[in-house]
Design a protein around this ligand. Sequence first.
Ligand code: ZN
Length: 131
Amino acid sequence: MANEKDSTAKEMERLEKERRRTEAEIARLRSYLETEMERAPGEDEDAPDAAADIYEREKTLSLIRALEDKLASIEHALRSTAIGKYGICERCGERIDPARLEIMPHTSLCVRCQSELERRTRPRRQPSVEG
Ligand SMILES: [Zn+2]
């Protein structure tokens, strides 16, 4: 089936592209973070935006973490593609909606399973204690 093979190649290409983009983004954020860290903190000790700086760093760090998670998912999806399991929900075995794969090429769960899992990991909305 030439068609099937073509679409697999296309999926892999798309995932590879996504992977490269994610890796580039991680590298960019990391070097941004390094530059930030290099700025001697003692220089202007009473800088009013020291807290804002810390906040920015935390935000960048969590962004990096999220991207690393995404990278792991992409790599996982690439392996799935290699064994012909790409686009199949890992939880229920149903085909994942192509429109969903279009937006999130690295996903390994269908919409239904994803939202079920999210409900389970975040059972209820906690009122924020910050701020
Ligand atoms: Zn599913």
